[in-house]
Design a protein. Structure first.
Ligand SMILES: *Cc1c(COP(=O)(O)O)cnc(C)c1O
Length: 471
């Protein structure tokens, strides 16, 4: 085993070529700056997806608003639009700064996708969107629906009968299955969710109670996806939601950016050259955080700085991006076990599609320990009364790392090459160090993307909380 080759190279030569692999393999918390990030004009010019694609997805979600109001009464208040709150968390900021003896620049905000309607996680964006698009395509093709119709008719019998001839199939660590299962069953599709061993029991039970077929595997996410793909193969009446490669999912996630822009405006938060926006996104296979970050880059350009956050045990995106191999490498290749309490992020091999598409857009990646996620879970509950699942805390470490990690310090220096925004301080006198805090950082918005948690049963949440208090 010692001498096993990985993509034709020995473990030793991998580590020599990419020293960061030593830290990843040792499960150390690690930060990586993306040396291939490009200015937005250049990045967007080389990208196969554009703002027109994001806007098309947004209009499709608008068309379905009438359906949501009819089918899910809890969405009536928001006019059938599934959206989550944006909130400032000053008490959490103070607690983190005090405990870590490290300043967080700017103001600290949280985006509560944990509280999205219907499935309580970021998957309510991409996962639900892909099922809606599938339903719309089928209904248009059948001649039962026109784009300008009131989509509440999708709840009626002819549509239920139409969709019952089709099945939807997906592999998941839990939350994607939950989103896709719930919306598919509601529309009348037959639906099968292939669950990895990380998936929580309550998610399986909830899905079964809605008539969803749940297949359980004693293996990880990649294997569950492969099973789903195989089951759907060659069947034109079965749509497989491919979390590893789907552009549709990705675009569903990206719509978040258009909506966040409005929320920032409502809160009088400026994003421009002197007021940058830093966003920290928990990352599993990459579609969710990738799609959101992509949308943010199109909306805010060079003023948005996006980072992916992963558990030390499931650092697939950092591994793929730092080596440039994307999905050709898995964490298991380097002896990393892909076992983490952050079940939404328990992915050993990242999406190759997202890794390569996001290469010129993303600022960096970092990893953090399960213990740190647990601890911040309790801390956020105590300071702000917000209860999230462990995965959703991965982004919370980013604002501290920005000023603490050498890799991200270097990122800050590179982002401000003319040192335009360094505060002047007094001229260098003797050994008096010059003040070097970039003022644009103190005028920045730090945004933590909280990706799930509101549907976690109370007993489970209490167990997470207690665990977090103990570490
Ligand atoms: C799925 C998920 C993510 C990450 O999304 P990917 O598309 O897998 O990268 C983050 N947080 C939670 C809670 C999730 O369920």
């Amino acid at each position: 085993m010692q001498n096993k080759e990985i993509l034709g190279k020995s473990l030793e030569s991998w580590k020599q070529e990419f020293p960061i692999l030593k830290d990843l393999a040792a499960l150390k918390e690690t930060a990586w700056r993306n040396p291939d990030k490009r200015p937005i004009q250049e990045a967007a010019a080389g990208c196969p997806l554009t703002m027109a694609d994001v806007e098309d997805a947004s209009r499709r979600l608008d068309r379905f608003a009438a359906f949501f109001q009819a089918a899910f009464p809890e969405t009536a208040a928001s006019g059938g639009i599934l959206e989550s709150p944006l909130q400032e968390i000053p008490s959490m900021k103070a607690a983190l700064e005090q405990e870590q003896a490290c300043p967080i620049p700017g103001r600290l905000w949280i985006k509560l996708d944990s509280h999205l309607p219907i499935s309580g996680s970021i998957k309510a964006r991409g996962g639900i969107y892909e099922v809606l698009k599938t339903a719309e395509d089928i209904a248009l093709e059948a001649g039962l629906l026109q784009l300008q119709d009131d989509y509440s008719i999708l709840t009626t019998k002819p549509f239920q009968e139409l969709f019952s001839r089709y099945s939807i199939c997906v592999g998941s660590t839990g939350n994607l299955g939950l989103s896709i299962g719930i919306i598919s069953a509601k529309l009348g599709f037959r639906v099968t969710v292939h669950m990895s061993s990380d998936a929580r029991q309550w998610k399986k039970e909830l899905l079964r109670s809605k008539g969803v077929t749940v297949r359980e595997y004693d293996s990880d996410y990649s294997a569950a996806v492969a099973q789903g793909r195989k089951a759907a193969e060659g069947n034109p009446y079965c749509h497989f939601v491919d979390d590893e490669n789907s552009r549709t999912l990705f675009l569903g996630y990206s719509v978040a950016a258009l909506r966040l822009k409005k929320q920032l405006e409502e809160n009088r938060i400026i994003v421009d050259e002197e007021h940058p926006l830093f966003v920290y996104l928990p990352c599993g296979v990459g579609g969710g955080p990738g799609g959101v970050a992509f949308g943010l880059k199109l909306v805010f350009g060079d003023h948005a700085h996006c980072f992916f956050a992963e558990p030390t045990h499931s650092c697939c995106m950092l591994l793929g991006m730092a080596t440039g191999e994307n999905s050709r490498l898995s964490v298991q290749d380097f002896g990393i076990d892909n076992r983490t309490v952050a079940d939404g992020l328990a992915v050993g091999r990242a999406s190759g599609f997202v890794g390569s598409l996001m290469r010129p857009f993303i600022s960096g990646c970092y990893t953090l320990s399960d213990q740190r996620m647990y601890h911040m879970l309790s801390q956020l509950a105590d300071t702000e009364g917000l209860y999230l699942e462990p995965s959703a805390l991965a982004g919370m470490y980013g604002p501290l790392l920005l000023t603490r990690s050498p890799a991200f310090q270097e990122y800050i220096r590179q982002s401000d090459p003319d040192r335009k925004y360094l505060s002047q301080g007094s001229p260098n006198q003797g050994d008096q160090p010059q003040q070097t805090t970039p003022t644009w950082l103190s005028d920045s918005t730090q945004l933590v993307w909280a990706t799930g948690g509101s549907m976690v049963p109370q007993q489970e949440m209490e167990a997470y909380y207690q665990k977090g208090k103990a570490c």
